[in-house]
Design a binder for this molecule. Structure first.
Ligand code: NAP
Length: 271
């Protein structure tokens, strides 16, 4: 996917005079956020997208951050703006997200993009849900008519991926922390998407034979300190027909979709 995008981007200077430009704002020095932002810069370099990472102290005020976004909105040489989440508690994330010009909202978190997704209108799809659907398609999984269970109902993963599965005619159950008899619900899943944020929470007895298992979680294994998903990969891999590893599954596909969204924002109005 990255090689195809790199080949496409390589033609842009001749066609349009420049390459796409992604501006990433990182507030503070949370190690996970630093690592995500570094991954985005690396992927941009691989695809040939210009990446500017703008770092600000955690003490930045909300107004200062909004002023920075306004500057980037007004800059014709910036095609995509991404604010790495989470932000410090004194900054209202919803205000910051809504301040990004919707045409530059490469994360697909702007309220206008969210509304468009739920109204089946053209929009920028959020990267992780888009990447999950892409992975299912690439694995040759038929989504239509299948029983899908999504654990998690966050705005950035659980809810939008449920909507995308529904749009592809899966029958979707959304489970969460108040779901009773979770294992009974997950055992019905032909497609199980797990986005909780708890290491190895989903055990083998919760998954039926032949299920497709998409593990979105990114956690530290309390025993080894290594990265692990929400799913007990070693125990479930033998019984799943498809399973995504952590690290190496949904994460890289999410970043690839971010690159794709940046190219889409750049091309909008040019083609
Ligand atoms: P979040 O906002 O914290 O949401 C977690 C969801 O899990 C909530 O809906 C919560 O239910 C549910 N949950 C928590 N404990 C549960 C339990 N015991 N049983 C059933 N459901 C439970 O998290 P998020 O932002 O969606 O992220 C989820 C995970 O995905 C995290 O590990 C995050 O790091 C990872 N992630 C990965 C990528 C990637 O690109 N790979 C992207 C985004 C996120 P309630 O709603 O009832 O509280």
């Amino acid at each position: 996917m990255k090689a195809a995008m790199a080949a496409e981007v390589a033609e842009f200077p001749a066609k349009y005079g420049r390459v796409p430009h992604l501006a990433v704002i990182l507030v503070g020095d949370n190690p996970a956020s630093v690592s995500y932002v570094t991954g985005k810069a690396k992927a941009s370099a691989e695809v040939g997208i210009r990446n500017t990472t703008i770092r600000r102290e955690a003490s930045i005020t909300e107004e200062e951050l909004l002023a920075l976004i306004a500057e980037l909105n007004a800059d014709d040489e910036v095609d995509g703006i991404l604010v790495q989440l989470p932000l410090p508690a004194h900054i209202r994330e919803e205000r910051v997200i809504a301040a990004i010009d919707v045409r530059k909202d490469v994360d697909g978190f702007h309220p206008a993009n969210v509304a468009a997704l739920w109204q089946k209108q053209p929009c920028t799809l959020p990267c992780t849900p888009k990447g999950i659907i892409r992975m299912l398609e690439r694995a040759g999984v038929d989504i239509a008519g299948r029983e899908a269970v999504v654990i998690g109902r966050s705005n950035i993963v659980g809810l939008p991926v449920s909507k995308l599965l529904l749009d592809r005619n899966a029958t979707v159950t959304v489970a969460h922390s108040r779901t009773k008899n979770l294992a009974e619900v997950t055992r019905r899943a032909e497609i199980l998407v797990v986005a909780i944020g708890r290491p190895k929470f989903v055990t083998a007895d919760m998954v039926s034979d032949g299920a497709v298992v998409i593990d979105v979680g990114v956690n530290r294994d309390p025993e080894t300190g290594k990265l692990c998903g929400d799913v007990d990969y070693a125990a479930i891999e033998p019984k799943a027909s498809v399973i995504t590893p952590v690290p190496g599954g949904v994460g890289p596909m999410t970043i690839a979709c971010l690159m794709e969204n940046t190219i889409e924002c750049f091309l909008r109005g040019r083609e």
